[in-house]
Design a protein around this ligand. Sequence first.
Ligand SMILES: [Zn+2]
Length: 302
Amino acid sequence: MNLAYSGGFLDRASDRRSDTAWVTALLGAPRARLIPIWRDCCLVSGDPPAPVTSLNGRRNGLVREGSTLLFLGLDGDTGVFAADLSLLDEDRAVEIAGAERVADVRAFSGTISAADAAMLAYARGLAYWNRHQQFCGTCGAATLSHHGGQMRSCSKESCGQLHFPRIAPAVITLVETAGPPQRCLLARHSGSAPDSFALIAGFVEIGESLEDAVRREVAEETGVRVGTVAYVASQAWPFPAGLMAGFRATAATDSLAPDGQEIVEARWFTRAELAQRSASGHSLGRVDSIDRHLLESWLNQT
Ligand SMILES: [Zn+2]
């Protein structure tokens, strides 16, 4: 199964990226690939428009302009880097990238290769973490970049705290009833369009397993108690720092009591009802998202 933004297309060279001289040599090679990122956006040009995924040979100019270069990994023996242009204003970032505008990489899902989508999302996520870990959370001193931007350390000698990229895990769950006719649980979130339903999802809290989080989220949001919980798949979701873990769970109870705040309505749907909604134009979720994958695989199950 290949979910968008996942797939491990690059060799992250985690055993070598601590070697600063090696990373610097890769960055200095003429064919080093530099992927420009500007404040959670990619740079876009061309017809049809597509994200710029390479600024070969522009290292010196980018460094002069104050961009931060972050090592993503190897594509064969070519170093691939993110060039974070976020310190520049938007017009200047667009100009030096030779682009026309900025846009969210998710706007191009399905129109660019899976490898490019994964690399752009990874570049965006790593740049985001580096921008947001400029100071030590323990003592407040400035942090320093290491391992090509894959680690930061506190600059204050008496502290020396090491900081590694933070990922926020979230669970997303398709809850189904145990017996026939099987039905799946969807909920309408506060603020979503009328008649717009989605799977139950939420962040994992400290001290919880993924399965604990599934049971808590489903109970909190809909009042349904869940029995078995089975892992299905996970998806990188660096927008800005997520990791989605997808589950299928079996309901032990089926009476619904939505919380009325986050969830304004919860409802059970049979496969026939869900297929009918899909056929009449109701979305089953973003094309690039694991929730759509969970729903479609349930729908297509015979
Ligand atoms: Zn510190």
